[in-house]
Design a protein around this ligand. Structure first.
Ligand code: HEM
Length: 378
């Protein structure tokens, strides 16, 4: 998509579009305007303000902090926030390292693996399952449901997607019933307790927040790991530098987030009223999507933006969004990325791409950016 972004940034940075479902809206590609979109309260994330109460089909997606405005947003985010404080995340370092080492040990002695399937996917999902307290043994089911829901949001809500959503909701319902009988000290138990304490969380919101965390845990960090490995393999001098100076790993993760972020566009926002935005007349209900990956390659913000440079200093990239909806899981994603990349390079210093870059297939849709498979010679 990058050559298209470059053209749009230069020629039409707030580009009028008609989305496949007929919805009219705007695609924002420059850093300055993208940041404004993310922070401007005249854009709403609350679908009911646009579509009224007819959102039942999507409700497991939308009854959560990501699709709410203040004051609901603060309440919903506050409840989940407890599991994602920097202190809690740091406390997970050892366990994340342990899971990483187990996954790497399972790859030992093999000539070639699909790194997504064997490493980049299982690591974040095992971690989020443990935080939530759901069995990580069911992770293949979660993957199917999550992929289906995320790809479903990019087009028509087809029969299979609807069926997967139903299965997923049924699974959660059964799981919540179990947890109500035998609560633990995991996040779902804490959320259920909050629900039982009264008006802080409704049943629909409980489904909503758990769904959001499962999807966020599946669709993002996997691509952070995959995209970072790919960028390092495609830029051998950067990989060599990182192997010589492993202390650059955090900067490498930040550069990867900027260069090829896992979230292509931020999730959508809608104009809550008619208003003028950067010279364009927006109508109430217009859908506005800001391309984070385009903003992160804006030459007005980043010198040599097309260069993957792990020594780049001060990189105010938008990969985790901005404003009140800025990613809740960012500290966790950064920690997982750091441990994954450092350990992988350490275990398999000679690894290489098993196919040509141009043969890699990218996941469909506008939301996530990541390859479907990443065949690696170990
Ligand atoms: C929100 C990116 C990992 C949980 C967001 C947003 C972005 C983002 C761009 C803002 C969306 C918007 O403004 O519309 C990423 C990236 C990740 C990542 C690039 C990995 C590299 C995670 C993880 C979790 C998580 C691991 C949790 C397990 C959330 C939640 C929100 C969010 C709960 C909604 C926050 C709110 O609405 O207040 N993320 N995310 N994310 N992310 Fe992440």
């Amino acid at each position: 998509p990058y050559p298209t972004y470059s053209k749009l940034r230069e020629e039409d940075p707030i580009h009028a579009v008609r989305f496949p479902d007929g919805q009219s809206g705007w695609m924002v590609t420059r850093y300055e305007e993208a940041e404004k979109v993310l922070k401007d309260p005249r854009f709403t994330k609350d679908l009911s303000k646009i579509y009224g109460g007819s959102m039942d089909q999507m409700s497991v997606f939308t009854q959560n902090m990501l699709f709410s405005d203040p004051p609901d947003h603060k309440r919903l985010r506050g409840l989940a926030q407890k599991a994602f404080t920097p202190k809690m995340i740091l406390g997970m370092r050892e366990r994340i390292q342990e899971i990483t080492d187990e996954l790497l040990a399972a790859m030992e002695g093999r000539d070639q693996v699909d790194l997504i399937d064997e490493f980049a996917f299982p690591l974040p999902i095992i971690v989020i399952c443990e935080i939530l307290g759901v069995p990580s043994a069911d992770r293949d089911k979660f993957r199917l449901w999550s992929n289906s829901m995320i790809e479903g949001t990019s087009g028509e809500l087809g029969v299979t997607v609807q069926q997967h959503m139903n299965e997923f909701v049924q699974y959660l319902g059964q799981w919540f019933a179990k947890v109500r009988e035998h609560p633990g000290d995991d996040l779902i138990s804490k959320l259920i307790q909050a629900e039982e304490e009264g008006d802080r969380l409704s049943e629909r919101e409980l489904y909503g927040v758990v769904t959001l965390l499962i999807i966020a845990g599946h669709e993002t960090t996997v691509n952070l790991i995959g995209n970072t490995v790919l960028s390092l393999l495609e830029n051998p001098e950067q990989r060599k530098l990182l192997m010589e100076k492993p202390e650059l790993v955090n900067q490498a993760i930040e550069e990867s987030l900027r260069f090829n972020g896992p979230v292509e566009f931020s999730t959508s926002r809608w104009a809550a009223e008619d208003f003028e935005f950067q010279g364009k007349a927006l109508k109430k209900g217009d859908l506005v999507v800001a391309s984070l990956n385009s903003a992160n390659r804006d030459p007005d913000q980043f010198a040599d933006p097309e260069l993957f440079d792990i020594q780049r200093e001060k990189s105010p990239h938008l990969a985790f969004g901005k404003g009140i909806h800025m990613c809740l899981g960012a500290p966790l994603a950064r920690l997982e990325g750091e441990i994954a990349i450092a350990s992988l390079l350490d275990h398999f210093p000679k690894m290489g791409l098993a196919v040509k870059s141009s043969d890699l297939e990218w996941r469909p849709g506008m939301i996530v950016r990541g390859v479907k498979e990443l065949p690696i010679r170990l």
